[in-house]
Every structure is written in structure tokens, then in C-alpha cells.
Design a protein around this ligand. Structure first.
Ligand code: GDP
Length: 287
């Protein structure tokens, strides 16, 4: 796939984070609840040592609730972190994070010292929105542009926690091709990186298998086709994505599906399960 995560950039971020680590008590990683594996940063596991980690499964409003609770169990049991599903649409959920920080680092709290937490996340998972909610004011720029935090920022939340915002831009899982597609489906990487009909087809294939009923309902298709390509064509036909002559314009159909998927209009959808990624990891190791 064509996404470029410049090695120089990655190297610099890793070095800067490694340098800060000795002054950090715990790590908060913001993830996208629709892709808790693909939106995670592979470096954090390495740099973590034995520091407590909270994984915020943000955008839970868009994710499949059953799978979100399976992901929470999996992350807590398999990787020994605390996993909290949240949506920034419910600020109280995000703010409850502070209590969890206190529980995870009780000795700092008991000594009357601030808990020093670092917050990390790949672009577009909602890290800036989360920081602004925790701080109660606008500190980080939000929006869809993957802005780079130029310098390391330290924010005193005035509640016993001091938050360090990660400098530089963190990269997602790139060695797994499926992760690349899932990041594109959820909008974490820009559409231009991979052809939209490829991304649309990846989404259509997965939806046919994992969420057939939601697709039937949303697009009024009683008899679902066998393949993602045929599904896209059917959606395009029904939604008028047509060229002159009546042929379906496939990239328009793909854009339409992706747009509705990202907006949550198709339903609450999670793009990967713990079982899927465990199998994929085993496959990567085997090759
Ligand atoms: P950052 O790049 O990680 O700092 O992400 P931002 O905070 O800029 O958020 C990226 C996009 O996701 C913005 O359009 C936010 O409005 C949106 N967003 C953030 N949190 C949530 C959430 O919990 N639910 C939904 N549906 N959208 C969210």
C-alpha cells in the first residue's frame, strides 16, 4: 500500500518518547474502538517496560458494543492493560479516566505528588478532543488533518495528573496489510493513499461476512450477493451511482459506502476481532 510513514519521522518520535519515559508514571493510549489492534502503535509495547497502560477505546459510539466488550476482555487478559471504552460525545466517560489513573499509580497519589501520564495515539483517533476534554479548554487542535504536535507539551490537569502530549506523529500498524485497509476504511489514513474502490471492496467483503443484516436493512437488499464487488455494484445501482448507459460507477459506489460506514449510518460496526488479529499475527510470524 502507498501510505508513507517516513522512517526519519518515526525514528525521531521514538527517540523523543524514549527520552521522556523515565519521568513518566503511566501511559494512556487512545485507540479507535472500531480497530483496537490496527490503530495501536507497535512501539508502545516495547517502550512500556512495566509501567501501567490505559487503552482508551474511543469512538465507541461507532463501534459494535458486543465486540467492544470482547476487545476489553482480550486486552485486559492478554496484554495486562486497562481498557476503557469511551466516546468524546460523553465527556464524563473520558473524565472518569482520571480516577483510573489514580488507582493504577497509587504511590504517587499517596505521596501527594502529581501522577505523570503520557498520552499517545495515531492520527485521527480523537487524541486532541480527549486532551481538550480533560483539560477543560482548547489545547490541542482537533479536526481531520493529522497535525503534528511540534514540541512536547505538558498540561497540568489541576486534579493531581500532569499530562504529557506526545511529540511528533505516531504511526499505526503498517506491516499488516489488512490493518492498512482497516485504517483506510475508518478514515484514519486519507482516501488518496489507496484507491477508494479497493478500500470499498475490502469493506464490502467484510460487511457481507460480519454484518449481513445491517447491509440488507440499510440498502434494502433482500438477497445479498456473494462477493464484495457485486455488493458494491448493487449498492451503486440502487443509489444511482451510474454512468451514462446505466453502468455502475464503482468508485462512486465505494465512496458512498465508505462515507456512510464512517458516519455510522450503516450501524455500529467494528472492523476486526481479537480472533482475526491473533490469526493474522500468527500468519505474519510464519512468513
Ligand atoms: P487526533 O488526530 O487523534 O487528535 O483526533 P481529533 O481529536 O482531531 O479527532 C479526529 C476526528 O474524530 C474529529 O472529526 C473528531 O470530531 C472525531 N471524534 C473524536 N472523538 C470521537 C468520538 O468519540 N466519536 C466520534 N463519532 N467521533 C469522534
Amino acid at each position: 500500500m502507498a501510505v508513507q510513514w517516513y522512517p526519519g519521522h518515526m525514528h525521531k518520535a521514538q527517540k523523543e518518547i524514549a527520552e521522556i519515559m523515565p519521568q513518566i508514571d503511566m501511559i494512556i493510549e487512545v485507540l479507535d474502538a472500531r480497530i483496537p489492534y490496527s490503530s495501536s502503535n507497535p512501539m508502545i509495547t516495547k517502550l512500556r517496560g512495566d509501567k501501567p497502560v490505559i487503552k482508551l477505546l474511543n469512538k465507541r459510539d461507532l463501534a459494535d458494543p458486543d465486540l467492544t466488550s470482547r476487545w476489553v476482555d482480550f486486552l485486559e487478559q492478554e496484554t495486562g492493560v486497562r481498557a476503557l471504552p469511551v466516546t468524546t460525545q460523553q465527556p464524563a466517560e473520558v473524565k472518569a479516566l482520571i480516577e483510573t489513573c489514580r488507582k493504577l499509580v497509587p504511590h504517587r497519589d499517596q505521596m501527594g505528588k502529581n501522577i505523570r501520564a503520557i498520552i499517545m495515539g495515531i492520527p485521527n483517533v480523537g487524541k486532541s478532543t480527549t486532551i481538550n476534554l480533560l483539560a477543560g479548554r482548547i489545547i490541542a487542535k482537533t479536526g481531520n488533518e493529522p497535525a503534528v504536535t511540534k514540541a512536547q507539551q505538558r498540561i497540568n490537569l489541576q486534579n493531581g495528573v500532569v499530562l504529557t502530549d506526545t511529540p511528533g506523529m505516531l504511526w499505526p500498524k503498517v506491516e499488516n496489510e489488512n490493518s492498512g485497509y482497516r485504517l483506510a476504511v475508518t478514515g484514519a489514513v486519507k482516501d488518496t493513499a489507496i484507491e477508494s474502490d479497493d478500500v470499498g471492496m475490502f469493506a464490502a467483503d467484510y460487511l457481507l461476512e460480519a454484518y449481513p443484516t445491517l447491509i440488507q436493512k440499510r440498502y434494502g437488499i433482500d438477497q445479498l450477493p456473494q462477493t464484495g464487488w457485486d455488493l458494491l455494484e448493487e449498492i451503486g445501482r440502487r443509489r444511482g451511482c451510474l454512468r451514462s448507459g446505466g453502468k455502475v460507477e464503482m468508485n462512486k459506489a465505494a465512496d458512498l459506502l465508505l462515507h456512510e460506514l464512517r458516519a455510522g449510518t450503516v450501524g455500529k460496526i467494528t472492523m476486526e476481532t481479537p480472533e482475526m488479529v491473533t490469526a493474522e499475527e500468527a500468519e505474519v510470524e510464519r512468513v
